[in-house]
Design a binder for this molecule. Structure first.
Ligand code: ASP
Length: 441
């Protein structure tokens, strides 16, 4: 019998996890059983993916740069990547703002619901933690992000997942210096990184073999930890606007891939499907990064010199789904709490949501922290911030799962655009997840 393809296995794991989670909510000890005995398997999986993210960026970006024949090509790739990332994010925010202004989900929410949400969530740890984190993030100068990108200790940077831009900086510096000392002298180091790259990609394959079980655990835990169904229902119109916007973004990517990169959009989505499922289950672009890279390089066939730069940078700074959500959420909260927004306010949202999505970490819930900064930029009263976040907190996790899918798909789309625009050929070199597995077994 032919073995079921991995993405189907993952999908089955997800559905089973949701059903199991629902079942467990009816048993008194069910939720704590899931949290104590099931969820750890999901957490271990996410940790395994994160653990290989930095070695993968290091190996594949050094390989990508040191394979370049001409260093100016790199400048070209860098510039295009940043410009395209900014454009797609502005498009995402604009779609979000147009939808939320047309549908106005904030007007339909009753005073009772607002009171109930405020009472349930405004003092919740989840909300207060996010406010505290946001207040740490502001108060920095305009060039702080440049300063933060340069580490004063390369090994510290490599030892911290949240310092992804520093890792990219160190790696580019290393790769370019390798190019400059010439092929012969750089060969031992290059061979080392080439081999490391193959090994890490194989680690991704091995980790992915456990994905069906891991997503089962992750989703069962999401279900048992989610809020009261009545509250979720009250926020249906708001969630609907975010989801509609996210779907339009996927449509937009398909159009771009079809017209600009001349690649069948359906094939593109099919090849990205395992990465999307993982983004959905983990809510983290950073944890999904190794799989995104594997799909884009091996299955879609984007050159490593492009994907190894565009994708890690994208996971950190390009979050179209997050910025769309921030725009919708900011206007929704303002409307619901009767805070009038002028056109200037809406334009400010475009700018701050762009910066906020660059500044958001690629981990679950990060988008909500930066939402505080977006709200503050439009003069939203600070004493009402907790109430504002309380309004949307109940549905944040499911929306986070969906926006992370868009974040990851957006990064892959831009990788294809940059590949096409710099004349790289897109040619798949598929290796299966379980290649060589029999030998290992
Ligand atoms: N979870 C998102 C990501 O990792 C960030 C966010 O929107 O909260 O891409």
């Amino acid at each position: 019998m032919r073995k079921l393809e991995l993405h189907w296995q993952i999908l089955i794991g997800m559905v089973a996890g949701v059903l199991f989670g629902f079942g467990m909510t009816y048993i008194e000890w069910g939720p704590s059983f899931v949290q104590d005995w099931i969820n750890p398997f999901g957490t271990i999986f996410v940790k395994l993916l994160k653990l290989i993210a930095i070695p993968l960026i290091l190996a594949s970006l050094v390989k990508g740069i040191s394979d370049l024949k001409d260093i100016s090509k790199f400048r070209n790739i860098g510039l295009r990547t940043i410009v395209i990332y900014i454009c797609t994010t502005v498009i995402a925010i604009t779609i979000g703002l147009l939808l939320v202004n047309a549908i106005k989900p904030g007007n339909g929410i009753s005073e009772e619901t607002i009171a109930k949400l405020t009472e349930t969530y405004s003092n919740d740890r989840g909300v207060t933690d996010k406010l505290a984190e946001a207040s740490k993030q502001k108060d920095s100068g305009p060039l702080q992000f440049l300063e933060d990108m340069v580490p004063d200790n390369a090994f510290n940077a490599l030892a911290d997942n949240s310092l992804m831009l520093q890792v990219i900086f160190v790696t580019i510096f290393l790769g370019i210096s390798m190019l400059l000392i010439g092929e012969k002298r750089a060969k031992p180091l290059k061979d080392f990184f080439d081999s490391l790259n193959d090994v890490v990609l194989k680690m991704v394959d091995l980790i992915m073999l456990t994905a069906p079980i891991a997503v089962f655990a992750l989703l069962a835990n999401v279900v048992v930890s989610s809020g009261d169904p009545d509250i979720l229902l009250a926020l249906l119109k708001y969630s609907g606007v975010v989801i509609l916007g996210l779907m339009l973004m996927i449509l937009f990517y398909s159009l771009v891939v079809g017209t600009f990169s001349r690649y069948n959009p359906w094939t593109f989505l099919k090849k990205m499907f395992p990465a999307q499922l993982l983004a959905f289950s983990t809510s983290s672009s950073a944890a999904t990064l190794p799989v995104t890279m594997e799909r884009v390089e091996e299955h879609i066939g984007v050159d490593k010199e492009i994907s190894s730069f565009v994708l890690p940078v994208g996971a950190t700074i390009n979050m179209d789904g997050t910025s769309l959500y921030q725009a919708v959420a900011a206007v929704f909260i303002a409307e619901a709490l009767k805070f009038d927004l002028t056109l200037a306010n809406q334009l400010t949202i475009v700018l701050t949501a762009l910066l906020a999505s660059i500044g958001s970490a690629a981990v679950p819930g990060a988008g909500m922290v930066m939402l505080v900064i977006v709200l503050e930029s439009i003069g939203f009263p600070p004493d009402k911030l907790a109430i504002g976040l309380a309004l949307i907190f109940a549905v944040d996790r499911p929306l986070d799962m969906l926006r992370t899918v868009v974040n990851v798909t957006g990064d892959a789309t831009v990788a294809m655009m940059v590949a096409k625009s710099t004349g790289s050929v897109i040619k798949p070199k598929v290796k299966n997840w379980d290649d060589n597995l029999e030998e290992v077994e």
